[in-house]
Design a protein around this ligand. Structure first.
Ligand SMILES: Cc1ncc(C[n+]2csc(CCOP(=O)(O)OP(=O)(O)O)c2C)c(N)n1
Ligand SMILES: [Mg+2]
Length: 330
């Protein structure tokens, strides 16, 4: 792993868009963290700070008409796929204008207008849904792709094996993206899997072509996934990626938790030094693909967008009981 695919192989437009998407995800999540104690966002939030590269790159490879399903840590996946920032914020505020009409909160984002077919809090729960969506694509004979985002913890759910086997058996157009951030809540992989087991090798044995990659290198993720998606669109069956990444903040919530005993400050700092956003920005500056002025402009745009999205969320109404709980009003 750690093959550093140079971003100079990508067009300037793609590089700018990748940086923009990563910085936008970082920007909104840092604002959520900063404002969480206002107690206006009342749902649990699982932030993906540090994991932005995979979400941004995969989202840019996928088309709007492609499907994606996700997990409890869904903000990056939704925004990467082209989701609406104001509607995501309104959802986190529990407002009627949210992408799930204010009924889902952070862990239950759904927006069919951009092919984001749902995220849920039940680990592994969306894997068979993503495979089922791929079956529907195959039956309709289109060249869409169904992307399943999952964490390393989801590999330990039985349904994962049933779904991967079915995708392999029927050669379904599924792109599995496993974000291996080493932890399932507070349990490291070392207490959950036998020594030296590699997730991507496990999946390869089921019959799905599988690769691993550096999830902190957005250009590597983009190039590897682009190639795989081309192959999937040609009807050549599913592909699986295991990207190595790290979540910076606590499992659930806005804080840092390196002091509670399950991981060390040293480990966090090692991964933080591989900051995908900062690394890519530096790379682009060095190869003169972007200027300092352009970065400043990008940041200004994102800041304004984030501020407007929070304002939209605050100004929006809560759902009325009849739409929030329709079964009570039959
Ligand atoms: C079926 C099920 N079991 C346990 C949980 C509790 N739980 C919530 S998130 C989580 C960790 C999942 O880890 P991973 O899939 O690696 O995702 P990450 O949080 O690291 O992004 C667990 C065990 C759950 N929500 N659903
Ligand atoms: Mg994990």
């Amino acid at each position: 792993m750690n093959i550093n695919i140079p971003s100079s192989d990508l067009s300037k437009e793609i590089c700018h868009e990748l940086l923009f998407r990563m910085k936008r995800i970082r920007g909104v999540e840092e604002t959520i963290a900063a404002r969480y104690t206002e107690w206006k966002m009342r749902c649990p939030t699982h932030l993906c700070t540090g994991q932005e590269a995979v979400a941004a790159a995969v989202g840019l490879v996928l088309r709007k008409v492609d499907f994606a399903v996700s997990t409890h840590r869904a903000h990056g996946h939704y925004l990467g796929k082209g989701g609406s920032l104001p509607r995501m914020m309104a959802e986190i505020y529990g407002k009627a204008t949210g992408c799930s009409a204010g009924k889902g909160g952070s862990m239950h984002l759904i927006d069919k207008s951009v092919g984001f077919m749902g995220s849920t809090a039940i680990v592994g729960n969306t894997i068979p849904l993503g495979v089922g969506l791929a079956l529907s694509i195959k039956l309709h004979k289109t060249d869409q792709v169904s992307c399943v985002f999952l964490g390393d913890g989801a590999i330990e759910e039985g349904v994962f094996y049933e779904a991967v086997n079915f995708a392999a058996l029927k050669q379904l157009p599924v792109l599995f993206i496993c974000e291996n951030n080493l932890y399932s809540v507070y349990s490291p992989l070392t207490v959950r899997q036998p020594k030296n087991r590699q997730i991507y090798e496990l999946v390869s044995a089921i019959g799905v072509p599988s690769q691993e990659g550096n999830g902190n290198q957005v250009s590597e993720v983009f190039q590897k996934v682009s190639k795989a998606v081309d192959s999937i669109r040609q009807g050549k069956g599913p592909q699986f990626f295991e990207f190595h990444i790290y979540r910076w903040r606590e499992h659930c919530g806005p804080n840092f938790d390196n002091d509670i005993g399950y991981r060390t400050e040293e480990e966090y700092l090692t991964w933080k030094a591989r900051d995908p956003v900062q690394q890519f920005e530096q790379q682009l500056l060095e190869q003169q693909t972007i200027s300092t002025e352009e970065i400043k402009q990008l940041e200004k745009t994102i800041e304004a967008e984030v501020e407007a999205a929070f304002q939209f969320a605050e100004d929006s109404p809560f759902p009325i009981p009849e739409t929030a709980f329709p079964q009570l009003y039959l």
